[in-house]
Design a protein. Structure first.
Length: 112
């Protein structure tokens, strides 16, 4: 679950302060500023919820306990659960102890 950050709460606090200032002074412009700041915080929250990264990576190794000298197959599945395409991805598997190098998988942006 995504919640507002400190900056988001700060913007909402500023909106509440502008609203109270508008009530005290009776200035229409402060009411508009308060509404604009509140809408800004809500739009930012909605943008994060809609476009947030929901990448799921699963890795399966066949056989599950490989013996020395036998070939092993690693299957990697990547799924994008977001509503928007993902950024380009790079998956790195640390295999330096076994092969002397890392396995690197580079993926183009995944559709939703």
């Amino acid at each position: 679950m995504t919640v507002l950050t400190r900056r988001g709460f700060g913007v909402l606090l500023l909106a509440a302060t502008a609203y109270l200032g508008g009530r005290l002074v009776g200035t229409y412009e402060l009411f508009l500023a308060a509404v604009a700041l509140a809408v800004l915080a809500l739009v930012s929250l909605a943008t994060v919820l809609i476009g947030g990264s929901r990448i799921v990576v699963t890795r399966t190794l066949y056989p599950s306990t490989p013996t020395a000298g036998d070939p092993a197959v690693m299957q990697v599945r990547v799924r994008n659960g977001a509503l928007l395409p993902s950024a380009p991805l790079q998956i790195t598997q640390d295999l330096r102890r076994m092969t002397g190098a890392d396995a690197v998988l580079e993926l183009s942006p995944l559709p939703p």
